[in-house]
Design a protein around this ligand. Structure first.
Ligand SMILES: [Zn+2]
Length: 511
């Protein structure tokens, strides 16, 4: 007797097909599993046997051979318990074999037959649909699977419930997609609002520019001036994610074991790892590779507070994905790639004590200490930030809330959307402009050329810095709906290179 059950493995954010074949034959009672790693086999055998017996089924006293194909896929965890158990039941005639057709199954069994939740259910839902089959998952994974459900996801909490469905005794109702994710309505208004930030006109403007052109942004200034508060408002002024991007985000979160809540659908993610985070926590890894913070920030914002406090080695591993938009993790013979298209907002104090340039509090740091602090951020990393902007100490009346509230996120987002539409027509976000595309999008008249050349000489800017200035100037023109770069766009863009100008002066900001 042979039974075949379909299931899914989990590699990166993909869910390749795994076929579980169960064969019963004469001979001494024994159970052997081919295609699972040794420890996985032992544990799975025990769980499947107990679950079947405790659920009142018969465990066949035959020779049972189980093959998980293809053999070369990594198959960790107990996700194949349920398909193995169902294969045994079908092969021994306890459930009809044809009832398994058109379905796929995933789930770890507890000893009493209950189904335990898994990581990475969402990609499996999508892959099963692609194969023209419905997927049956543990009840506790319902919320995340529902994000992708198209009346082709079933959920059960116990193997008995699964069997009642298969025998037609009590049919399961397909999981419904939550309303919040069905239409075009977005949940963007649930995000922290920019109107909470009072004063800080220049940093607010820089945040809008960063959102409009996809630029990485570095805020510096004394503690308590609102750098984190500003950064956390960036997702709320970005465009809402489209369905495909939202599904990518939900899939990464599913694989990481941090499933997305339906209320977070279409919101660009915001991740703020602590500066003590390890390289693995940041970029991903582990024996069966899991996504790190940069992939959880995919299509959204990675906020690095206290940037110089991060281990330098950890920061350096960020450089490559910041350019490529993905991260490849190698384990044994296998390479796994996770998406990692994220925008960085970083924040730092101007010096170790934090008060360099403060109007009222004296800085206690020596020039050497300040240099050392700043040199923790390498030139190549600093070079990936198009905008360096000071977040200064504010006047007392602003702090006391006597100033007008700022514009709301919705108002700013509308301008960002217009600027982005112009970039979409050109083909890419301004932050990604390079080579010929950069030249074409950023033509200068003779006067602007001259202005830029003299500014570069005076400030000692590199050619790379020049490109960054042009990209930002392009975004400023797009925010105004202008086709040509004008002098005031260049002047404003130059103003957002505040760390370049302090090169070698031993202090980040002029007092
Ligand atoms: Zn200091």
């Amino acid at each position: 007797m042979l039974a075949i059950v379909h299931s899914r493995a989990s590699i990166g954010v993909s869910a390749p097909d795994v076929t579980v074949e169960v064969h019963l034959s004469g001979g001494l009672p024994a159970l052997s599993i081919v295609g699972l790693p040794e420890t996985g086999v032992r544990e799975s055998k025990d769980r499947v046997r107990s679950a079947l017996l405790n659920a009142g089924f018969e465990f066949p006293a035959r020779r049972i051979t189980i093959n998980l194909a293809p053999a070369d896929l990594p198959k960790e965890g107990g996700r194949f318990d349920l398909p193995i158990a169902l294969g045994i039941l079908a092969a021994s005639g306890q459930i009809p074999a044809e009832s398994l057709k058109g379905l796929e199954f995933m789930g770890e069994l507890s000893l009493d037959g209950a189904l335990r939740p898994l990581k990475g259910v969402l990609p499996a839902v999508l892959a099963a649909r692609e194969a023209g089959r419905s997927l049956l998952i543990p009840q506790d994974n319902t919320e995340e699977a529902a994000l992708a459900s198209n009346n082709d996801v079933l959920a059960a909490s116990h193997i008995l419930t699964v069997c009642e469905h298969l025998t037609g005794k009590a049919k399961l109702v397909p999981v419904a997609r939550p309303e919040a994710t069905a239409g075009q309505s977005s949940s963007m208004n649930a995000l922290a609002d920019l109107s909470d930030v009072r004063g800080q006109q220049v940093p607010r403007r820089a945040l809008e520019v960063a959102a409009a052109g996809g630029h990485n942004l570095l805020f510096f200034g004394p503690p308590g001036t609102g750098k984190s508060m500003l950064a956390s408002r960036l997702p709320g002024i970005l465009p809402a994610l489209d369905d495909a991007a939202a599904m990518e985000v939900a899939s990464v979160h599913s694989v990481a074991g941090h499933p997305l809540k339906p209320g977070g659908w279409r919101q660009p993610p915001f991740r703020s790892p602590h500066h003590t985070a390890s390289a693995v926590a940041l970029v991903g890894g582990g024996s069966s590779p899991r996504p790190g913070e940069i992939s959880l920030a995919h299509r959204g914002v990675l906020f690095l507070d206290e940037l110089p406090e991060f281990e330098r080695r950890v920061l350096e591993v960020l450089r490559e994905p910041m350019e490529s938009g993905e991260i490849a993790i190698s384990r044994a013979a296998r390479q796994v790639t996770f998406p990692a298209k994220f925008q960085v907002v970083a924040a730092m104090n101007p010096c170790p004590c934090g008060y360099s340039g403060h109007p009222n509090i004296e800085c206690r740091c020596s020039p050497a200490q300040v240099m050392r602090y700043r040199s923790k951020i390498s030139g190549p990393l600093l070079d990936r930030f198009d905008l360096h902007v000071e977040v200064p100490v504010q006047a007392g009346d602003v702090l006391l809330g006597r100033s007008e509230p700022g514009e709301s996120s919705a108002v700013v987002r509308a301008r960002v959307l217009n600027a982005r539409a112009r970039q979409t027509e050109r083909g890419c976000l301004n932050a990604s402009l390079a080579g010929k595309g950069l030249d074409e999008a950023c033509r200068l008249d003779a006067g602007s050329e001259k202005l830029l050349a003299s500014a570069m000489e005076r400030l000692g800017l590199s050619a790379r810095a020049l490109h960054r200035i042009l990209r930002v100037a392009r975004t400023l023109a797009d925010l105004e709906g202008q086709d040509n770069l004008a002098r005031h766009h260049l002047m404003e863009a130059l103003g957002y290179r505040q760390l370049d100008r302090q090169e070698g002066q031993g202090s980040l900001i002029s007092a």
